[in-house]
Design a protein around this ligand. Structure first.
Ligand code: XLS
Ligand code: MG
Ligand code: MG
Length: 415
């Protein structure tokens, strides 16, 4: 093949995208509670060892693109759209007005707002730093985000504490830091109750998001389970308003089974919001788009969420790769991420109604009938279930068949 001329490359990408097929219409995509973060589309490819590979892009264009693609919801950090110095000031009102206009013009809604408490120098010693002025500033920031959230019609506020931890041990007293962090969340909930009342709106759902490492060496609330314990610790004045925003990859990063982590949040009634992406176990936060690494695990996750009637948002918290151009972010990265999610979600529906999975699951739950009814006869109980237990592997095989389309008769002829 000849080298591809610069002015022909976008056409090539678009032609191959069309050839891939299997994409859904914007109308279909809009039926799902899928949100696109401002920061995901605006990510320029930079990192500690990486220079940016894409130009900057503002919220007006991102919201327009999301609207065109059929991504019906938009999420943002406060400082993704409002310069830190302008927060809480008049300039903020003007920006919020521009956001409202962009959302309205493009048929997109703001579902979630989150406070950046990890990037700015003020958070060097975390949002729950020793210095009272930093902690007061943290309260101002989360209260301000709650206000912006209500102005934009959001239902959720997310908190990824980010820098709540330390690099070197001994200076930070953990119980004190956790109390101070709780003070900030309490301030956010109190403000929320006031604003919701003024505006006759429901209060927001406040969602804690854990990540086991990055950007601190040691994190005080490293997992969703640690956050569940924190919510129930007695430090929060409104624990009923606070739940979780687990992120798929953040659970894999500490070696967890994301599905089991989600199940623990579900049984606690705290699965409010879900950041969806993909990546590798026990590695850093690579934020790859949903389903590109672990599609089988993702299918299983969605079977769990569908069967428990999860109604919350699926927030596309991933980063388009550095190798994807600005054109490619909206031509390839976002539409394919959304469409893989929809496909996996619909497949999860097929799993739930699959007669083979159903009969096998029912049989396992019915269990074997021991020949004599002596509950102490351990050998009898083992014998009674031995053949049934093979169904575990059969179900796993069936899930792979559904994932690969083999259950619909697709097969491979071996010459
Ligand atoms: C970072 C987090 C972040 C949160 C929102 O790793 O995923 O993007 O979702 O602050
Ligand atoms: Mg996240
Ligand atoms: Mg991440």
């Amino acid at each position: 093949m000849q080298p591809v001329r610069e002015d022909q490359q976008q056409a090539l990408v678009s032609r191959l995208m069309t050839a891939c097929g299997g994409s859904y219409s914007p109308e279909t995509r809009r039926k799902y509670y899928i949100s696109g973060p401002q920061w995901a589309a605006a990510y320029q490819g930079q990192a500690l060892f990486h220079a940016p590979t894409r130009p900057a892009i503002g919220f007006e264009e991102i919201i327009r693109k999301y609207g065109e693609l059929g991504i019906g919801y938009w999420t943002t950090h406060d400082t993704d759209v409002i310069p830190t110095e302008a927060l809480g000031k008049e300039e903020q009102c003007a920006i919020v007005g521009r956001i409202q206009k962009a959302l309205q013009e493009n048929g997109v809604q703001c579902s979630m707002v989150t406070t950046e408490t990890f990037y700015h120098a003020v958070w060097a010693a975390s949002p729950a730093a020793e210095a009272p002025a930093v902690r007061e500033y943290a309260k101002f920031r989360v209260r301000n985000t709650v206000e912006v959230g209500h102005d934009l019609g959001a239902q959720f506020a997310v908190y990824w504490p980010g820098s709540l931890g330390y690099y070197v041990q001994g200076a930070v007293e953990e119980t004190e830091t956790l109390r101070w962090y709780a003070d900030a969340l309490n301030a956010a909930c109190d403000r929320d109750i006031e604003v919701a009342k003024q505006k006759s709106r429901p209060t927001l759902k406040h969602c804690l998001e854990a990540k086991p490492f990055e950007p601190q060496a040691e994190i005080l609330l490293p997992t969703s389970d640690a956050m569940l314990a924190f919510i129930a610790s007695g430090l929060l004045t409104h624990p009923e308003m606070v739940g979780l925003n687990p992120e798929y990859l953040h659970e894999l990063m500490w070696g967890a089974a994301p599905r089991a982590a989600l199940a623990r949040a579900l049984v606690a009634g705290k699965l409010f919001h879900f950041d969806i992406n993909d990546g590798y176990r026990l590695k850093h936060d690579v934020d790859i788009a949903v389903g590109l690494v672990n599609p089988l695990d993702w299918l299983n996750v969605l079977v769990l969420l569908r069967s428990h009637g999860y109604q919350g948002p699926f927030n596309l918290d991933y980063k388009p790769p550095r190798t994807t151009s600005q054109f490619g972010v909206f031509e390839v990265s976002f539409p394919t991420a959304v469409d893989r999610f929809i496909t996996l979600w619909e497949m999860a529906g097929e799993v739930i109604s699959d007669p083979i999975v159903k009969e096998a699951t029912d049989a396992l739950k019915a269990g074997g009938a021991p020949l004599n009814n002596d509950p102490r006869d351990v050998d009898g109980i083992v014998r009674a279930n031995r053949e049934l237990l093979t169904l575990h592997e059969l179900i796993a095989h069936r899930l792979v068949q559904i994932l690969l389309g083999l259950h619909r008769g697709r097969s491979f002829s071996i010459a």
